[in-house]
Design a protein around this ligand. Sequence first.
Ligand SMILES: [Zn+2]
Length: 345
Amino acid sequence: MMSNYFRYCLTFSLAIFLLTIGGCASAPKGGPGVPQKDLVLKDLCVRYGISCVLDSVSQVITLKRKGVKAKAILASDVVVVDSKKVRLSKAVWMSRGTVYVPDDFKRKVVQPMFAKTSPFVQKFRKVMLDAGHGGKDPGGIGNLGTREKEIVLDIAQRIQESLKRKGIDAVLTRNSDQFLELGDRTALAQKKGVDLFVSIHANIDTSHSARGIEIYHLRPLDTKSWAETYAPKNYQVLFKNFKMKQGDETLEKILTDMMYSHKQQVSYQLSRYLADKISKKVGTIDRGAKTAGFYVLKNTLVPAVLIEVGFLSHPKEEKSLCCQEYRQKLADSIAESLIDYAAYY
Ligand SMILES: [Zn+2]
């Protein structure tokens, strides 16, 4: 029988292959007077997901990918990638509004732009931060009247800012005191094409003595429970966007298994890593990584964790969570720990 790991590697490569085929731009056609080996810059940028803007006054072309910048100048063979100068085999040139680059542009400019991307961005291109509750659903309420929906929204927004400062694309499920069904949250994750889902909540405990941080990931599901979630249906929707033979059940089964194994493996590793790191950075109790069957963990296709940032039912912790400085510390610690995780694994 094929080991899970082997299946993961095989199918992951397959997914990359399919996505690459899907994302390929056509080779430059090269009209009259265009040397066959020169490449159309726009095609390269589309193919590699690089944004590309030409300033017609300065003649400077700015290329950007995940916080990494490169600048080329028309009629010059010099390109600056981050702060490093590289020299192309010939100058960048333009004809009838199309910019052409020599074929070593790929090796000298595009490749270094990818190499300079942080391990986090290589692993997760986009993160969704999900502030729990909202609107008519206040979530837990502390003794001082602190409402979970407000605390977690503020923390999620601070995490987003913290990640964005590091060049990481992070989006929110809600950015105001808005009620969202759980299904809307997971649907949004799929719509926005995120690679990681992080839900933020605060805890309540009737004994009022529990405190600290705990992180949840999805408990292993048997085939029946898995089939009852929305995830398999969502995978089918996802596969429709792949350039592959539609309705190929074997291939779809392999891809579904691969994505589920990937989700479970990363969610497990990440929740363990975060529980330890965040509690140390913040200076609070690590209540560990736990499993649960929460809707947002079950119905997201990508790795997903739910962070309980503290107990509103604990008098001291409620006071801490009410304090802006503490929430900023929590948010920075969560963002840093996410980044450290990617570098560590
Ligand atoms: Zn909650």
